[in-house]
Ligand binder design. Structure first.
Ligand code: NAD
Length: 227
């Protein structure tokens, strides 16, 4: 099998740099392009040599980047948060696939699942998400998705309130606190290093071309876990 040719949008950013390194180290992938205004490299320049585009940019760019890639027949893996994934629903029958995950860390995916499971049984809940001080969006995509999953699972259908904390020293953390008569349950996940997202990103790069439904949202869909 020839290597999967991967281009990265946002390649000069914190996540983009980590993704470039992970792709370079993956034996079945080849890093063919680094797009980023900070590198004076537009997306159009890297798409002709790519099978898959990985996007870790900013909320106002992710949708346009995905459309440009799909128009060029390039599959897209989106990690950028802070936009509404339903904005890409019309790409359902496009000639390339779109995969979106608000969180590529397996522990965070499990945290969301456990929180949804617990929301079925406990009276109410609140979400506290904590991130580094330069994160541009709030609430985080992970918190927003956790709230949606919990609302869908709960008996009331109400989404839990989200509190956002931004401080230097943090990476990406989330606590879901559920309360009921005389008891609380706390579910917490911590990403202490951006490496935590890389196995999920590489899995998505390997699978995005074979999706039977596009766009697909959530790493759990690639892991065979119930959403
Ligand atoms: N899904 C996940 O698991 C996960 C994990 C961590 C971060 N994130 C998200 O990833 C995104 C990036 O985070 P970061 O910390 O790397 O941010 P960052 O600010 O370090 O990097 C963003 C980069 O995108 C570049 N950029 C802006 N517009 C662009 C465009 N149109 N085309 C190409 N590049 C463009 C910027 O120049 C910058 O280098 C954020 O939305 C963040 O919330 C997602």
């Amino acid at each position: 099998m020839p290597p999967i040719r991967v281009a990265v949008a946002g390649a000069a950013g914190r996540m983009g740099q980590t993704v470039c390194k992970a792709v370079e180290e993956a034996p079945d992938m080849e890093l063919t392009g680094r797009a980023d205004p900070a590198l004076n490299t537009p997306l159009a320049e890297v798409l002709p040599n790519a099978d898959v585009l990985v996007d870790f940019t900013i909320p106002t760019s992710a949708v346009a980047n995905a459309r440009e890639a799909v128009d060029a027949g390039v599959h897209v893996v989106i990690g950028t948060t802070g936009f509404d994934p339903s904005e890409l629903d019309d790409l359902e029958n496009a000639n390339a696939n779109v995969f979106i995950a608000p969180n590529f860390a397996i522990g965070a995916v499990l945290m969301m699942q456990f929180a949804a499971q617990a929301a079925r049984h406990m009276a109410s809940a609140e979400i506290i998400e904590l991130h580094h001080s330069t994160k541009v969006d709030a609430p985080s995509g992970t918190a927003a998705r956790t709230a949606r999953l919990m609302a869908a699972a709960s008996q009331t259908g109400a989404a839990p309130p989200i509190h956002s904390v931004r401080l230097p020293g943090l990476v990406a953390h989330q606590e879901v606190i559920l309360g009921d008569v005389g008891q609380t349950l706390t579910i917490r996940h911590d990403s202490t290093d951006r490496e935590s997202f890389m196995p999920g990103v590489l899995l998505a790069v390997r699978k995005v071309g074979d999706l039977t439904e596009s766009p697909t949202v959530g790493l759990e869909r690639l892991l065979g876990l119930n959403s």
